[in-house]
Design a protein around this ligand. Sequence first.
Ligand code: GLA
Length: 383
Amino acid sequence: MLIPAPDLLPASVRAFVERHGREPSWRASAPGRVNLVGEHTDYLGGLCLPVALGHRTWVVAAPRTDSRVHLTSGDALEWSGDTSHLTGSPLRGWASYVVGALRAVGWQGGLDLHVESSVPVGAGLSSSAALICAVVTAVTERSPDDLLRAALEAEQVHVGAPTGGMDQTVSLLARPAHALLLDFAGGGLPAGRPVPWSPERDGVELLVVDTGVRHANDDGAFARRRAEAEAAMALSPDEVVAARDPLPRRRRHVDSENDRVRRVVAAVERHDWTEVGALFTASHVSLRDDHEVSCVELDAVVEAARTAGALGARMTGGGFGGCAVVLVPTTQRDRVVARVSAAARAAGHPEPSFLPGEAGGPATRHRAAGPSHVDLSQAQRLT
Ligand code: GLA
């Protein structure tokens, strides 16, 4: 019923050998993520609390002796160009993320690279950050901070998506069985603190519900919402009161959401899952009514999950489609899944799918013989 996270390393290597005619030199993978709370706050110097998923993107690659760059992926998408394209022509689609990552690490020379992924694309689970983080981890050996700088530059500068830094940071620095409390105050790389996150031990689990409604962070809606929120955050308290709708609502979302992050962390630390669930739902209401980034399909999932016995639920990620996270007692999980599916069918929405929300590990380089865990979460900045 839940889509399990597969190990795609063997398939990636096999496909590389078939498509490129030799063994790959480098193998890496990086996770997608869900955010527990703290939505549309990272790009405003605020707080967020993401976890890495078990679902990952796998990249295998080898340098070439000529200047060709040849990119392949499991679903047969393909891009081929000369290294000179890395500084020139605008690209769209998944190849733009790979090329953006290669630009950000200053890649010189030719390269064969193959991608496999179990992170659904456009579902708000950071498939783009997972791809970029897997590429920079595969083709360079740098400190975690340098990898993070490159990953941020790839998406924000080279691809031009107006995202904050949450997705890349958790993909590179996650710790298994932990959420990552990120504080973007100060404008540089975020300060991070791992927060133990194992609700399963108390008979509660995080369920990820993919509505099947697709979006892209570079399609304009995200940028408009970001601009409004930035304008709202630049106002003094008096100016906010006098400002015209929607600015006061945007401001109220950001201020209340940062407060909810602090309260969720405190509730997680005392294992108060009822309170965590209530805060999830309050976050959804704020994102729906004040920030206006939800959609009817997400609202329907949250409503159906709650009435079927979930402790709380909310949209996760950028919104305008994508996924919700549901905190549910394990004994109620199957009932919630059935009721959410039934509600979607009754409303004529796409059939939702369900992924496990257990907190996984960070971007990792793998040795040829099998996974070798390079635990980037031991970075100095994480105290
Ligand atoms: C997208 C962005 C993130 C963050 C979320 C909303 O996932 O990539 O940086 O802004 O939306 O919280």
